[in-house]
Write a protein that binds this ligand. Structure first.
Ligand code: 13P
Length: 256
């Protein structure tokens, strides 16, 4: 059975001291929950400080982005080698990067390759816009994002996929558990087509988009959903902890 994962994407929030305070508030509670992978993804500038605090705990660390070159004259960018030293996971292809920083499939593809090369574990995001959803084009859009992001990559390593419908991100309008489950089922079938059934069965696919302590159980009880990528609610220790507790309990029920 796949181990469920809850990852908190803090986005461009928290100063270093706020990040330290937040992770200190979460540390003990998160560490007590054993059957879920717990990942926090603070801004780059806080990675080193957060890493110190979670040392010796079961909490894992991720970055929110990377550049695909290893080093050189790329002012302001952060390389895979720099991150491999600091953290285990990296979010790639988030819709905010696709939208505001014009990262199309070819860039996302280079970033996934660059992460895998240094054994960082990518959390690859896909998801459709509202217009695409309303036009019934979700599967077509998501299949194309998967195809372009993974083109020519033979081995996915420990890659996780996050299905984040753009209309659900930061809007308070989460997808239903059923919609997310069906779309994630489609994503898994797409991975079978691109790779093999066993690769598809082994890969974790998360849901993201307005997940809170009030709706987490609805998602975690779905058989295809392997966890969540949480934005806003991951900035509140109590909410994030509640989401992880609900995930742990749902996993207990699913496996019994
Ligand atoms: P929200 O949980 O704030 O909707 O954000 C989801 C997201 O984009 C996580 O990457």
């Amino acid at each position: 059975m796949r181990i469920l994962m809850i990852a908190g994407n803090w986005k461009m929030n928290t100063t270093v001291s706020e990040a330290v305070k937040l992770v200190n508030e979460m540390r003990q509670g998160l560490d007590e929950i054993a059957n879920v992978d717990k990942v926090v993804c603070p801004p780059f500038v806080s990675l080193a400080a957060v890493k110190e605090i979670i040392k010796g705990s079961s909490i894992k660390l991720g970055a929110q982005n990377l550049y695909f070159e290893e080093k050189g004259a790329y002012t302001g960018e952060i390389s895979p080698l720099m991150l491999a030293d600091l953290c285990e996971y990296v979010i790639i292809g988030h819709s905010e990067r696709r939208q505001y920083f014009h990262e199309a499939g070819d860039i996302v593809n280079k970033k996934v390759r660059a992460a895998l090369k240094v054994e960082l574990k990518p959390i690859l995001c896909v998801g459709e816009r509202l217009e695409e959803n309303e036009a019934g084009r979700t599967e077509e859009v998501v299949a194309e994002q998967l195809r372009s992001s993974l083109a020519g990559i033979d081995s996915l390593g420990d890659l996780t996929i996050a299905y984040e419908p753009i209309w659900a991100i930061g809007t308070g309008r989460a997808a239903t558990g059923r919609w997310a489950d069906e779309t994630i089922g489609f994503i898994r079938r797409s991975i079978t087509k691109l790779y093999t059934e066993s690769v598809a069965q082994g890969i974790r696919i998360l849901y993201g988009g307005s997940v809170t302590a009030d709706n987490a159980t609805e998602f975690m009880e779905q058989p295809e959903i392997d966890g969540a990528l949480v934005g806003g609610a991951s900035l509140k220790a109590e909410q994030f902890l509640s989401i992880i507790k609900q995930t742990s309990e749902a996993r207990g029920r699913l496996s019994s």
